[in-house]
Design a protein around this ligand. Sequence first.
Ligand code: PMP
Length: 449
Amino acid sequence: TTTTQGLQEIAHNHITKGLGRLRDHVFKEGKGLRVLTTDGRKLLDFTSGIGVTSLGHAHPDVTEAIIAQAQSIIHIQCAIALSEPYVQLVESLLTMMPDPSLDSFFFWNSGSEAVEAAIKVARASTKRNNIVVMQGGYHGRTSGAAALTRSKTSFFKGTGPLMPCVYTTAFPYWHPMGVPKETSEEELVRQANLSIDNLLQQQSAPEDTAAIFVEPVIGEGGYVPAPKAFLQHLRKVCDKHGILLLMLDEIQTGFGRTGKMFAIEHSGVKPDLIIYAKGFANGMPISGIVTRKEIMDSMPPGSLGGTYSGNVVACAAALATTTYMRTHDILGNVNERSEQIFAGLRAIQADTANGGWMIEEVRGKGLMVAMEFKDPNSTLTSSHSKGPNVTLPPNLNKLVQDACMDRGLLTLTTSIYPVLRMIPALILSEADVEEMLSTMREAVKEVAR
Ligand code: PMP
């Protein structure tokens, strides 16, 4: 079939319902932030495929690298031979690391696979079993990664038992902590620090604890940046107990997304291992971990690998993407556009006439942007802006997302709270942001009516 309706019908009847889809758009072409559907709709993409097409859809440098590599050789199994793009990618990444001690790499295909490997490396190098994760954290859907995930039960419901020896500690975010919105960051951090300290005394002995997994900005759990003081405390806890590892999941935050090459750079905290994927190859499936050589070398030959891991076409795309990022002022644009977006959204929030009373919080870091809407069932929301005497519907995030989509703007939701999120390409222009803001203003106005 070639018609849009025909494609949608086959998808409805023969593609798993286990895949939740936003709408049945069929994308045909993409360029920068613009997407064209098979039925001729033009969309402004503020999702970038969940933070993947950081240089925009079909960036010419990346497309050229993919074509050239595909014309040369498409598959070189990494245990059989090296390839130039694979090794040159390592050479490129070495210059981008937030700390020179991170000097040993391995590549996989997806973020979840890299998380699986990080679990193995953590356990093998420390000879300890237990893993500590954050409430609201997300690390993937494969078995091991799902066992570390704490953002939503739908990712693993009914598929257990999952990997044991995983312990959950509080992440400093008012909503899941059950404290009022007005609670200061200092107090949130105090409580979260206490949570990990208690956990290591009451549940997981430090001598049994291999690693703490943390996202520097909680992604699927609601776009909440980890306060610097919290990350510093985790580092201190790791150092105090000797061989604990701080495993940083930068799958969503890495490669310029938050305005630094890696989000951990905002805090100055030294990680032991970084997991990355998504924005790193502008759309080709490749992920990886980097750690210190002595940690990585605890893995005996043959224990890490995979038929497609470090695929040469994906490596060529990642090399072109990272080269572009190193030679252009991507971070400058992220920071400028981020300021523009946050100022614009806060103006919408403050504008009571346009429904600002229903926006609880505008937050995020760089180009990870979230609006948390009021939750009519929550007693924790801020008291100063209850707004007019109206009954709010639940799922305001989804209503606004839908109103945006009707107007051709693609956004995402996230977490169990009413959060709408945007994660656009890092190369977006001032005009792209203005267009998004004007659509968002209209969408909020429509839902607030
Ligand atoms: N960790 C984080 C922080 C993520 O955002 C994601 C993807 N949303 C993953 C892990 C899993 O990556 P993948 O979907 O490529 O398996």
